[in-house]
Design a protein around this ligand. Structure first.
Ligand SMILES: [Zn+2]
Length: 162
């Protein structure tokens, strides 16, 4: 899709747009791939998306959601099968950025300080992210945290317990 197509697509979207009712806003979802399998309506949830659905990378946005917007319901961490972050390591990502920026020691130094949160094992990664949030003092005490795995082949989401 070219950016010019955005206007046409957005025109269709806006024609049926209903402004979300912010009073319904309760929960936070962290995810990687876009999907609407949860039957949520626009405005019912804050969606934090990043590569891998990393809770660590999402922490800043969680703090804004909880402390500024006042959304203190459940935080659902979604990792998905066949995720790109299970096929690339932090070291490989650093190498790709270095190769794209030859002779740039400043960029090399910066990227060497970035953890790309590779997913070695999806079952372990989603549980580790739930633990990270549950034990994190920056997350509002008592927040319900759940871990989920989304199967891109079947479209099914399943809950994981610690
Ligand atoms: Zn992914």
């Amino acid at each position: 899709m070219a950016s010019a197509d955005f206007l046409e697509a957005n025109g269709k979207y806006a024609a049926n747009f209903e402004k979300p009712d912010r009073s319904l806003l309760r929960n936070v979802i962290i995810e990687c791939s876009p999907y609407d399998q949860l039957g949520l309506k626009l405005g019912e949830v804050i969606t934090i998306r990043n590569a891998g659905g990393s809770a660590k990378e999402a922490l800043r946005s969680i703090m804004v959601a909880q402390h500024f917007i006042g959304v203190t319901g459940e935080i659902a961490v979604f990792h998905h099968k066949d995720c790109g972050m299970s096929r690339v390591t932090t070291e490989a990502m650093r190498g790709l950025v270095r190769i794209a920026n030859p002779g740039r020691a400043d960029i090399a130094a910066t990227v060497d300080g970035i953890d790309f949160y590779q997913i070695d094992h999806i079952e372990e990664s989603v549980k580790a992210d739930v633990r990270f949030l549950a034990e994190n003092p920056l997350v509002v005490k008592g927040t319900k945290i759940s871990g989920w795995i989304y199967d891109v082949d079947t479209g099914k989401a399943s809950r994981r317990s610690l």
